[in-house]
Design a protein around this ligand. Structure first.
Ligand SMILES: Cc1cc2nc3c(=O)[nH]c(=O)nc-3n(C[C@H](O)[C@H](O)[C@H](O)COP(=O)(O)OP(=O)(O)OC[C@H]3O[C@@H](n4cnc5c(N)ncnc54)[C@H](O)[C@@H]3O)c2cc1C
Ligand code: FES
Length: 283
């Protein structure tokens, strides 16, 4: 069992959990993710390692309540436990030889981006970060990212904080003035990563994205997370989730991400599956 040590609400429906998991904390690197199961009746869902503390033996996850399983996690409290935490899974984001980097986070993408920003800052890399969200209340990790970056730009879709518009508007403006960057890392909604990759392609800047493909086992066995990268089939869980953004077939991913939309809506509307699980758990 993996006990919750700390819980903090970062924004409406977005919770941060620090969990005791010494073996995972010992090996976690930026880019890794976990497969999490609350109890024996729960769904297995992938969540990014948003931070880790090797000394304390803990890992941090940041969870946005979007459906049944994420709500089940967000309802947990300090001292509750997860039955399973499998990880660290996936490949770490490799950024060995870069000096000037722009990090772009959209919404919850700030969570997976944060450990990478932290490690780049530790290496002395010159960092600009663009943090975007639909509105001010949904901006997370703003102070943490500001502390680690030379410059932090905020964008909100509705203009409630920072620049009104998308992260790509800010990125275009920066690159128009200075395009001498070695790398752009973009993490957020699939559509955002697609458009960031289109912008950086014009400037010929290496671009890394982290895909939130649908996952089941997270270990390369089911094929659920397959993605076409440079014309080849890859599995996000073992070959990624970070890939060269200029090679990813985003249109295919956007299509695949809708595969179970009708079933997810039914669970939300009727909670039939959730009610069944709760009944089993209570008996
Ligand atoms: C590598 C990776 C890292 C992720 N990291 C985070 C994170 O740090 N924090 C966070 O809040 N979310 C993260 N996600 C997304 C998270 O797994 C989904 O939000 C969660 O599975 C939703 O389940 P649900 O039952 O609450 O919602 P549902 O109603 O079942 O689904 C809502 C949406 O969540 C996504 N989703 C559902 N099931 C899965 C699944 N098995 N695999 C991937 N996506 C799914 C789909 O886009 C779906 O439309 C990550 C996904 C991946 C692949
Ligand atoms: S989640 Fe099953 S192969 Fe990647």
């Amino acid at each position: 069992m993996y006990q919750i040590l700390e819980k903090e609400e970062l924004a409406p429906k977005i919770q941060k959990f620090e969990i005791s998991a010494p073996q995972i904390a010992a090996k976690a690197e930026p880019g890794h993710f976990l497969i999490v199961r609350v109890d024996e009746f729960a769904e297995r869902i992938p969540l990014t390692v948003a931070d880790y503390d090797r000394e304390q033996g803990s890992v941090t996850i940041i969870v946005q309540e979007v459906g049944f399983s994420s709500k089940q996690i967000c309802d947990l409290e300090i001292d509750d436990s997860f039955l399973d935490l499998v990880g660290p899974l996936g490949k770490p984001i490799e950024t060995e030889d870069y000096d000037r980097v722009i990090c772009v986070a959209g919404g919850l993408g700030a969570a997976p981006l944060y450990p990478k920003v932290k490690s780049l800052a530790k290496k002395g890399v010159e960092l600009i970060t663009i943090l975007g969200a639909q509105s001010e209340e949904l901006l997370i990790l703003e102070e943490d990212l500001a502390d680690l970056s030379q410059e932090l730009y905020i964008t909100t879709d509705n203009g409630s904080k920072g620049r009104k518009g998308f992260v790509t508007d800010q990125l275009e403006e920066i690159l128009t003035e200075d395009d001498q960057f070695d790398l752009v890392i973009a993490i957020g909604p699939m559509i955002m990563m697609k458009f960031v990759a289109e912008v950086t392609k014009e400037y010929d800047i290496d671009t890394m994205v982290s895909l939130n493909s649908l996952m089941v086992d997270g270990t390369g066995m089911c094929g659920g997370c397959r993605v076409t990268v440079g014309g080849e089939t890859k599995f996000s869980c073992v070959d990624g989730p970070a890939f060269d953004g200029h090679l990813v077939d985003f249109n295919e991913q956007l299509q695949r991400s809708k595969t179970y939309q009708d079933k997810e809506e039914k669970v939300k509307e009727h909670e039939f599956w959730g009610a069944d699980c709760r009944a089993k758990r209570e008996n």
